[in-house]
Design a protein around this ligand. Sequence first.
Ligand code: HEM
Length: 213
Amino acid sequence: MPAALIALSLIPVLAGTARLVELNGGPSLIPSDPRFTASPLPVVVHIVSATTYALLGALQFAPGLRSRRPGWHRASGRVLVVAGLGVAVSALWLTLFVPPQPGSGPLLFVLRLVFGPAMATALLLGVVAIRRHDVMTHRAWMTRAYAIALAAGTQAFTEGAGAALFGHSPLALDASRAAAWVVNLAVAEWAIRRHSAARGRRGGRVLAGVGRP
Ligand code: HEM
């Protein structure tokens, strides 16, 4: 699972690394963008927090690591909450105060205004749940927050498919990005339900075994 999640985040993580190199005066591995050159701080905060969140976050889904090294899960979780809030806040900052991405339209603008706060809310609900020792609810909200963030990776695929099917209009770009959030959240909900069903079955087997010789 972590390997698949890291693979999915590789495209935006590598693009972000190339952007940081370019903004730092290094070789232009990707075309420079005057919107970010003029005011690099929001995109730098976004890339650093998103890279930390995507890569470290993937490891939180490794069941072996969670059970063998609970201390690691807790410490890394604290870093991830800060990084995740960094992603959400910088995403809002970029959406509201940096000119919109050329070729995108109002739908993407609205979606970013929805999903930035939605990601922050999911993270905070995950923290509240674990403080109540409600592991299932914690897991569900953290999975949703990660799914929202990782749409940045899924978008690389939905954008290609959207352009092939519907061309290069702003609406096609916005809709293909929206599709990435829909796909990721659908997969997250499926994983959450599958996990709670499996736990229910295990619990049932344990109860059924109680009192047997
Ligand atoms: C871990 C997940 C994420 C990664 C790895 C990531 C990565 C990136 C990167 C590398 C850029 C810079 C693009 C460039 O240099 O051209 C960027 C820009 C941006 N990201 Fe993210 N991002 C993530 C999550 C999000 C989320 C969840 C949102 C919104 C809710 C978001 C909103 C934005 C916005 C608004 C920009 C500016 C785009 C533009 O106007 O060109 N990102 N992201």
